[in-house]
Design a protein around this ligand. Structure first.
Ligand code: HEM
Length: 418
């Protein structure tokens, strides 16, 4: 497929942000804090809005509200739901994302999920991670900073010029895609995840990506290299190998799962640091604080605040009866602000005692890319601190703000440096 196939007047990122509630919900956390203490697991009324993937109302989803719609708000409720994949199924994703992603590990339950996760995980080994950091991620980050660092005005928008584009380029390079295909890959992949409001466009993008990847997979099956597609084409577990369709479903998932999230989480962390300059100074002076700064950014403003499950049998969470077939919105954002676990949870504080947050979920579907995400964020932040001395918010620009109902990030991060 040629890059010219793509309609240039259409900006999928604008579309995606509009649909995902960017700019609509500025700060949902005070609302969560009101509900959580009384309703750690809340049965939602027939006409109550639910914060769930696909939009803040679930009317467009094939859900039978009469069976039961619940939101897990507390840390304990969220953890209980996520860790028990037998009681809380991921199959509901098949009706939403599955239509365009294909049958990916996101919507699989055990034992199928375990087998396929074992197969795709082979491409994300510790050794691969070390090589990617050394040979790929640093270069990609530096190329983006090179494009603006020598600007006489010493002024840039770190979202548009760094955090938004770099994770997409990282994924494209991990897959070994030719550079020239990058704009096409990016657009098609974002069109796929905009399925909630542009289904026809998403379906044709999904087919286009299948055609594009099939040709690459066929080539890598014959001439394997060391990229992710080659590893997936060769992966074998208990006598099973991945078919082209299975590899494609995983590849279609990688961009929304890996680039949307990393762009948003690294932007949110930078926002937390830029608006708390004493913490930024502390990190600049002592880089051993980097891991705890990254975890605090993920706790404080996780890029994706709600995921979903379906109760596979009658069960109980925090003393609340949940009948089989109920839809459960799993509010990761609220869990990460549970006052029973963190003091002053609304504050960004890289010095707080370390506790396991739930930004990467928990249990069998816990994020497959969490080591990659942490490494990408560490490399990006390190290069930003090293190459942009005296980094601070641009005093002449509108102050940045994080917004979004489900996916959260600042729309821009205007900065200056010395
Ligand atoms: C800070 C960045 C990231 C965050 C906050 C994040 C968050 C999550 C969450 C919450 C889930 C669970 C979804 C569910 O079960 O409903 C998940 C799953 C997943 N993530 Fe990430 N993710 C991030 C980065 C990445 C990256 C870089 C990759 C690239 C490899 C990735 C690949 C995946 C995959 C493949 C799954 C599905 C795992 C499964 O179903 O077993 N993620 N992620």
């Amino acid at each position: 497929m040629a890059t010219s196939d793509v309609d240039d007047s259409y900006d999928p990122f604008e579309e995606f942000n509009r649909s995902a509630g960017m700019g609509v919900v500025e700060n949902p956390y005070p609302m969560f804090a009101l509900v959580r203490p009384q309703h750690p697991m809340k049965r939602e009324g027939e006409d109550e809005a639910v914060i769930a993937p696909g939009g803040s109302d679930i009317e467009s989803m094939p859900i039978d509200r009469s069976v039961g719609v619940f939101t897990a708000y507390s840390y304990d409720a969220v953890q209980q739901v996520l860790k028990d994949g037998e009681t809380f199924s991921s199959k509901g994703y098949a009706d939403i994302m599955g239509k365009v992603l294909g049958h990916s590990i996101l919507e699989m339950d055990e034992p199928e999920h375990h087998l396929y996760r074992g197969l795709v995980q082979q491409a994300f080994s510790r050794k691969a991670m070390e090589t990617w950091e050394r040979e790929l991620v640093r270069d990609v980050v530096d190329e983006h900073i090179d494009a603006f660092v020598d600007r006489p005005a010493k002024r840039a928008d770190l979202v548009r010029e760094l955090t938004l584009p770099f994770p997409v380029v990282v994924i494209a390079r991990l897959l070994g895609l030719p550079r020239a295909d990058l704009p096409m890959f990016h657009r098609r992949a974002v069109e796929v995840i905009s399925a909630g409001f542009e289904l026809e466009r998403a379906e044709s993008a999904s087919q286009a990506l299948f055609d594009y990847f099939s040709a690459i997979i066929a080539e890598r099956r014959v001439h394997p290299s060391d990229d992710v597609i080659s590893v997936l084409a060769q992966a074998e577990l208990e006598g099973t190998r991945l078919t082209d369709e299975e590899i494609c479903s995983f590849l279609r998932l990688l961009l929304p799962a890996g680039a949307e999230t990393t762009y948003r989480s690294s932007s949110n962390l930078l926002f937390g640091l830029l608006t708390n300059p004493e913490q930024l100074d502390a990190l600049r002076a002592d880089r051993t604080l980097m891991p705890q700064a990254i975890e605090e950014g993920l706790r404080w403003e996780p890029p994706l605040i709600a995921i979903m499950r379906t109760a596979a049998r009658d069960t109980e969470v925090e003393g609340v009866f949940v009948p089989a077939g109920s839809f459960v919105a799993v509010n990761i954002g609220s869990a990460n602000h549970d006052e029973k676990v963190w003091e002053k949870p609304e504050e960004f504080d890289i010095f707080r005692p370390p506790r396991q947050h739930l930004a990467f979920a928990w249990g069998p579907h816990m994020c497959l890319g969490l080591h990659l995400a942490r490494m990408e964020t560490r490399v990006a932040l390190t290069q930003v601190l090293d190459r942009l001395p005296g980094l601070r918010p641009d005093p002449e620009a509108e102050p940045a703000a994080i917004s979004g109902a489900i996916f959260r990030a600042p729309a821009g991060l205007p900065v200056v440096w010395d």
